[in-house]
Every structure is written in C-alpha cells, then in structure tokens.
Design a protein around this ligand. Structure first.
Ligand code: ADP
Length: 189
C-alpha cells in the first residue's frame, strides 16, 4: 500500500497517563478507522508537545496495517508542493495524486500563516477530496483562528465549511511531553 509517514510513532508508545484530558478509549475506537472508511475529517487540537502529531502518525500506522494508503505532510509542505505544481502547470495532476490516498494527514496548521495563495490551493485539494477521502488535521490554534492562517476570508469560509462537516474533534489540554523533565514548567497531574 502507498504510504508516506515520517519517523514511525505508534499507539503502543503513547503514554496516555501523561495526558489525562485525553480519553484513551476514544483514541482506541478511532484506531478502528471507521472515520477513514466514512471519509471523515478528524481534528487534533491542543498546545504544542501534547502528542497531536504522534497520535496522527500512530493512526496512520494503523491505517497502513489495515492496507489503507496514507500520506503525511505539514500544511507548509503540502501548500509548497501545490504551489510548485501550479507554477509548473501540473496542479491538476498534483491534486489527483493527493486524492489517491485514503487518509491524508495535515500536520501543524496554525504555526505559520500559509504563503500568499496557499489558502486557495489548500481549498482546491480539500474540495477535491471532500467526501472521497479521510483527513486528519492537527492544530495548535482553535478553528475560529484559522482565518489568520489561510489569510483569505472568502476561501476560509468555504474551506471551514468542508473541514467542519463530517468532522470530529479531539482536544488535548495538557502539558508538553517535550518539557516533561522540566518539573517547574509542567503542571502537576
Ligand atoms: P504536538 O504535535 O502536539 O506538538 P508531538 O506529537 O510532536 O506533539 O509530541 C512531541 C514529542 O513527544 C514527540 O516525540 C512525541 O512522540 C512525544 N510524545 C508526546 N506525547 C507523548 C505521550 N503522551 N507519550 C509518549 N510520547 C509522547
């Protein structure tokens, strides 16, 4: 099966006791991948270091194990690839390529605003995949703030409309795992 994932992270490696706000049973139910078969969108929201990328990759690993094709990219990389294809006159083909994956994981929405025109390119991809493929999106910012990320209010409305329809949300409110050894920075739990 076609798969493009970064360094492999698994559900088995995830320490749920570190993130008490996260419902382990819910994550395990998501790992049954019904959302992929239903072409739904799954959002992981929460501050940096709370395991959003880890969980999205781990669900990607489960999808590969279930013989479903998966593609992982940061929003910046994805938009960069679309912009390059547009420049080269191959945007249609590039969008068709990204539509071939049963699950598209878009990581790190919200850290940086997209490049000019990037919101429109991402919208074209989301629109092409709409109700035809599943997505996992991770963001450190609430969906209400995404207007600033995509920088285009018209595109933003249409984009959000699609990303919030057939969607479910996993909010992680906890400490950064990266800072776990800095006791002074990590709230007690
Ligand atoms: P985010 O995407 O929310 O910024 P990451 O998923 O990149 O966070 O997590 C940062 C690092 O900490 C990664 O190396 C990840 O594997 C690890 N990590 C995060 N949360 C946990 C956890 N609960 N158990 C084990 N490793 C974790």
């Amino acid at each position: 099966v076609m798969a493009r994932l970064p360094a492999i992270k698994t559900l088995a490696e995830f320490d749920f006791s570190f993130q008490p706000s996260l419902d382990r049973n819910r994550v395990m139910a998501l790992a049954e991948l019904k959302f992929v078969d239903r072409c739904e969108t799954l959002h992981f929201l929460g501050p940096p270091g709370t395991g959003k990328s880890h969980l999205s990759i781990a669900l990607g690993v489960e999808a590969v194990r279930a013989a479903k094709s998966v593609y992982f990219a940061t929003l910046a990389d994805l938009v960069g690839a679309l912009a390059k294809a547009e420049h080269e006159g191959t945007l249609r083909e590039k969008i068709r390529f990204f539509c071939r994956f049963a699950l598209l994981i878009v990581d790190e929405i919200g850290y940086l605003p997209v490049i000019p025109g990037g919101g429109n390119l991402f919208f074209q991809l989301v629109n092409a995949r709409y109700e035809r493929g599943a997505m996992i999106l991770t963001s450190n910012r609430g969906v209400a703030e995404w207007g600033e990320v995509f920088g285009d209010p018209v595109v933003d409305t249409a984009l959000l409309d699609r990303l919030l329809h057939h969607a479910s949300f996993v909010q992680i409110d906890g400490a950064s795992y990266r800072l776990r050894h800095h006791a002074d920075l990590v709230p007690e739990h």
